[in-house]
Design a protein around this ligand. Sequence first.
Ligand SMILES: Cc1cc2nc3c(=O)[nH]c(=O)nc-3n(C[C@H](O)[C@H](O)[C@H](O)COP(=O)(O)OP(=O)(O)OC[C@H]3O[C@@H](n4cnc5c(N)ncnc54)[C@H](O)[C@@H]3O)c2cc1C
Length: 397
Amino acid sequence: MGTEHHHPTGPRRLSVAVVGGSLTGPATALLLLQAGFEHVTVYEAVPDARPQTGGLLTVEHSTLDVLDRLGVDQSEFVHVRSERIVHTRIRDGRTETTHRVYPGRYTTWPLLHTALARRLPPAVVHSGHRVTDLRTNHGMPTLHFADGSVSRADVVVFADGRASTGRALLEPDRRMRYAGYVAHRGTAPTVAGLAHFERFEPCPGVQFNVAPLPDGADWTLYLDATPAEYTRLFGASPQRRPFVLPHHVGPEARDHVDVAAAGTLTAAQAAVVHTTTVRTAVAVADIEPPRQMVWPVGDGYAALLGDALAPVRPHTARGVNNGIEQAAGLVAALTQVAKYGADLGGALTGWQRRHLPAAVASVRLGPVIGGRLGLGVGANTRPAPEATVPAIAGSHR
Ligand SMILES: Cc1cc2nc3c(=O)[nH]c(=O)nc-3n(C[C@H](O)[C@H](O)[C@H](O)COP(=O)(O)OP(=O)(O)OC[C@H]3O[C@@H](n4cnc5c(N)ncnc54)[C@H](O)[C@@H]3O)c2cc1C
């Protein structure tokens, strides 16, 4: 006990490059720094300017515990004390409301991002660095950037989100596929009396979620749209424009959502939608479940984490949780290498074996939930991968 330098690579020698400075990336870097790694760098494509608005994120206890151990106090990012989901379904004309305890807390992207990013030493973060390629140089994984610069590391961690460059390089065949429905989204002015996450399912093919934000109410209305309808509403196909920014939501798209809200929601809920001036939308999409999380690159390795590895449908509520749980596991494995001389490849394989099943399960869960809600089950979509197909087909055709 007490000896730290068992291995030639030593605790100070293993270098880790993290690609992505949103949530999974900063959490990975902070965990590495806390574990004593000194050669840690975060590369983020977008320069500092970040959107100041952001929708709700659900953070499970496992992830909250990782944040706690990083010294990130919940008061910094948990903006409502609620642990409740109020779920209302209308079936055969009867309204049925249940209250469920959510095993976690609610936060928003800006709150959690800020809480993590402000703890990273400025020298660690390189903003405005867009990764374009991964090659080897003198046996080491080497990142190439849009500005022509390069950077080498023993381990490259891609936490670069659902449109991951890392995934495109390591697994070019795993592509996102439109699931046939859209998450229309907005932040309404404060809604009186809204204290919990509320979910409303008036009929198959419609789900409405609304939850309090620090400065308003975050709502999401899920509605089917064929690829042709999507293109008409947002000016480009779901493949070309998976994230619809406010300036792409024109009068026709606004009307489409307002009419659907008026026709399916309560008057109060429809008013929440109508009063929202800034709107966005996301094309709900699926991907083949991951088969691998780590790849040898020269004498080093590259790994995919978070949305880069397994972008999930929003209903799974696993987005931020997968990435941060994987990051904690990865740093535990790398610590065995750095501190006790464990074999790097073996440690990473063990990490993959522990975390891959959860990532696969959450990718498969999305189409099951979507099918149950009657979303995206139309002829315009192929339900996602293998194991989910019988479940969806069985329950909805
Ligand atoms: C600005 C922003 C706002 C968000 N708001 C919400 C929200 O309101 N509700 C919600 O449910 N989810 C939101 N998300 C998504 C949510 O963060 C993820 O679904 C989940 O938490 C997993 O996070 P992640 O860190 O793995 O990936 P992401 O959050 O997608 O982060 C990936 C990061 O990698 C960077 N990046 C991408 N490509 C490159 C590259 N080639 N080189 C360098 N950097 C690169 C991106 O700029 C981004 O910062 C948001 C994401 C972002 C980036």
